[in-house]
Design a protein around this ligand. Structure first.
Ligand SMILES: Cc1ncc(COP(=O)(O)O)c(C=O)c1O
Length: 459
């Protein structure tokens, strides 16, 4: 593949050296594709197949990927208790044991695209022409890894607010050899626009493009920007690319999309607002079922590009070339993603009103916990204890002054039997509280324990 569309669109210039080099040879897939359409005898497929009647007594003669009922029964397929009860929930053996296509089940990719369009709400008409067909990744983590592999070069800087998911360091720095540079998350209690702008401009003074990691709702801070700051964030990024004359790739880590407890905060991902914001801004959406569908172990994520309009390249060719690059990464790392979960999520996506109604109960519970935690924090009058603003997600973060965070966490767990995650990194010293896992009734005790532990250690 020559990747002409990627070259014409300028996206080739955004790719890392690895991203430029990777491609998916057509080889096997070319011949399996041809055989599927044209062959009477197909000897291209590398999985055991044949008439179902050959392996299961009484089964029909239809061709299947061979399976073992004592395995598929545990995945709701043949052999399971539900079989034949007509509930319509039985999973076919094919949806359990067959390989999934490298980029994901085609119908699932389409259905997730529709889900993204539903999530962007009133921005739909603007976002729709930009959206590629999502590629299925192994969780959001897998999507972050693939995006970083394709777009981040060795020694290249990735900009992020200074409270970030710790795993970014392993992905970007240790796997790829890039560098994460941060700016302070808040300035005067608001998202630090100026800090972001300065950091991006400084970065662009040194390199041909900038990468920005935006994770809202954030881990560890549990913050989603108020609606009135979204446009200023977008405008700031537009100003940056205009001033620098260079592009920005924005990686939107939307793992916690949908968990916002404040009506004045952004309820959707900022990805939608970044779509077509500027020819030199390429947003990439990384989302998935771990939190959105409360299915952490399902290991399904999605990587979707928001291709700006005005790119001098055919969209269909761009999709094919991006799919080829992603296919190269997926095939050479995880090969493809778990098929039974793809099949199940495809079915769930077909009844999103019900899924959202059921998830709404969880969002309500977490919202109540967040508000109670905010109320308990508001009662605390302790100069060493500084909770950061939070209104979303699964966590909140409290800066701690005068007591090392690790020491505090150790004291909290040994004396008060309260577990939190400490961070001591450069200027940051604080604890992350996962309110997602603390029932409401325990929240006052949690807060009083933290306060007592700080007092014990601060002397
Ligand atoms: C900010 C952030 N991004 C991504 C992930 C990973 O999501 P997944 O479990 O889908 O890989 C997490 C999980 O903790 C997270 O906190």
């Amino acid at each position: 593949m020559e990747f002409e569309a990627l070259k014409k669109s300028g996206i080739t210039n955004l790719l890392s050296a690895f991203g430029r080099s990777i491609w998916l040879p057509q080889g096997i897939f070319y011949w399996t594709g041809r055989a599927k359409k044209e062959a009477a005898i197909d000897a291209t497929i590398g999985s055991a197949q044949g008439p179902e009647s050959e392996i299961v007594d009484g089964a029909p003669d239809k061709a299947v990927t061979f399976y073992i009922p004592s395995v598929t029964r545990y995945l709701g397929g043949p052999g399971s208790e539900d079989e034949g009860r007509g509930r319509g929930t039985r999973t076919s053996s094919e949806d359990i044991v067959a390989y999934a296509p490298m980029l994901g089940l085609p119908d699932l990719r389409k259905a997730w695209r529709d889900w993204i369009l539903r999530k962007v709400g009133e921005l739909r008409s603007r976002v729709e022409p930009c959206l590629t067909l999502p590629a299925v990744t192994p969780g959001v983590t897998g999507g972050i890894f693939m995006a970083a592999k394709l777009f981040v070069d060795k020694d290249e800087v990735v900009v992020s607010p200074d409270r970030l998911w710790e795993n970014y360091s392993n992905v970007v720095e240790r796997h790829i050899g890039g560098r994460i540079e941060t700016f302070p998350f808040f300035e005067g209690g608001r998202f630090n626009l100026k800090g972001m702008q300065r950091k991006l401009l400084d970065t662009l003074a040194e390199q041909s493009k900038a990468l920005l990691m935006l994770n809202f709702p954030n881990n560890p801070v549990g913050f989603n920007p108020p609606k009135d700051i979204v446009q200023p964030i977008v405008e700031t990024l537009v100003e940056v690319v205009e001033q620098a004359g260079k592009p920005i790739v924005v990686l939107c880590d939307d793992a916690y999309e949908g968990y916002t407890y404040d009506p004045d905060a952004l309820q959707r991902s900022m990805f939608g607002d970044l779509c077509d914001a500027h020819r030199r801004i390429l947003p990439i959406k990384l989302d998935g079922i771990s939190k959105e569908f409360l299915c952490y172990g399902g290991r399904l994520g999605f990587l979707t590009f928001g291709l700006p309009s005005g790119l001098d390249a055919d969209r269909k060719a761009l999709q094919e070339e991006l799919d080829n690059k992603l296919g190269g990464v997926i095939r050479s790392t995880v090969s493809n993603c778990t098929r039974p979960v793809q099949a199940a999520i495809l079915k769930a996506l077909g009844q999103m009103d019900q899924v959202l109604a059921e998830r709404g109960r969880v969002v309500d519970v977490l919202g109540r916990r967040a508000r109670l935690l905010q109320a308990e924090f508001a009662k605390v009058d302790l100069p060493q204890f500084k909770p950061l603003p939070f209104n979303a997600g699964f966590f909140c973060f409290c800066d701690i002054e005068g007591v090392p965070a690790n020491k505090l966490a150790e004291h909290l767990i040994s004396k008060y039997k309260i577990g939190v995650v400490p961070t001591e990194a450069g200027k940051i010293n604080g604890i992350r509280i996962a309110f997602c896992s603390v029932p409401e009734k325990d929240i006052p005790t949690l807060v009083s324990g933290v306060v007592s532990a700080i007092k014990d250690l601060a002397g």
